[in-house]
Design a protein around this ligand. Structure first.
Ligand SMILES: [Zn+2]
Length: 288
């Protein structure tokens, strides 16, 4: 599932291509890809004819601001919130993508430069939703800090974790704690900080919180440099794979030797999600 580095990679690739383009028309191949209370016809009517602002990202959401076509300088009144979930992908071109690569057309946005932005989603868990700026701000307020922004300091992380009894891994996955971190980067950051993912979040020492803060930022930055992690279906725009899967130290490496201490990586299930850890490097007084 795309996390901050994957969604940000897509945003960076799309931004110079689609910003300020007018959407000529919308084709919806599957109605269930239109999320929210509005009908697919309402979605199409709200989007067609609008001008796109510069794509943005918050947490794991990709945001396309929508402007009045004739008054592009005005602030956006609404936006498209896109959730890629498990298998959402984009293709941008003047010809439809090769059906061997993109077999599950979802939503097409036809642009005024002759190209079309194709969204493909085999599992159809993601989708598009039009939100008013006010509705989005309401959602946005409930999200935790962006971990690569200057406001995300070690002190801020200490405040977020303080007093929490839930396992640190589960707290990191909660988008209200730290936005954009999911299963891959929570596992990787905890390994790099040498913290057992089962530890109660509030039990971390000051030094451990400092290590975790640095590890979260370092792993997200490294993944961004690698255009994200392709372990299953994630692709950047036009089918390109990420490369950070080659640098994973624990995620999806069950049974393989730890790159630091050679002990086999273990997998356990926390809150229904796989967690990968090294029983040597992440041992602590709270370990089972
Ligand atoms: Zn190890």
């Amino acid at each position: 599932m795309p996390e901050l580095p994957e969604v940000e990679t897509i945003r960076r690739e799309l931004a110079p291509e689609i910003s300020h383009r007018r959407i000529r028309s919308v084709r919806i191949h599957h109605d269930d890809l239109v999320l929210g209370p509005g009908s697919p016809a309402e979605f199409a009517a709200a989007v067609a004819g609008r001008r796109l602002g510069e794509p943005a990202r918050r947490a794991k959401y990709l945001l396309f601001p929508l402007h009045d076509a004739s008054r592009a300088a005005d602030p956006a009144e609404c936006l498209i919130r896109i959730q890629l979930r498990m298998s959402g992908r984009f293709w941008l071109g003047s010809e439809p993508p090769d059906p061997s690569e993109f077999r599950h057309p979802g939503i097409d946005l036809e642009l005024d430069d002759g190209r079309t932005l194709y969204y493909d989603d085999v599992r159809r868990l993601g989708g598009f939703e039009v939100l008013s700026t006010d509705a989005w701000e309401e959602i946005e307020r409930r999200l935790g800090p962006e971990p690569l922004e200057p406001g995300f300091t070690g002190a801020r992380l200490a405040e977020i974790l303080g007093g929490r009894r839930a396992p640190i891994k589960n707290v990191l996955l909660d988008q209200r704690s730290v936005a954009g971190v999911g299963n891959i980067y929570a596992s990787e950051a905890l390994f790099r900080a040498r913290i057992d993912p089962r530890r109660p979040a509030g039990s971390l020492s000051r030094a451990e919180v400092g290590r975790l803060h640095r590890a979260i930022r370092a792993v997200l930055r490294a993944a961004l440099r690698g255009s994200g992690t392709t372990v299953r279906s994630y692709r950047a725009v036009n089918g390109r794979s990420g490369s950070f899967q080659n640098e994973l130290r624990v995620y999806a490496r069950e049974g393989e030797p730890c790159r630091v201490c050679r002990r086999p990586i273990e997998r356990l299930v926390q809150a229904g999600r796989s967690t990968f850890l090294c029983p040597g490097c992440q041992r602590g007084p709270w370990s089972a």
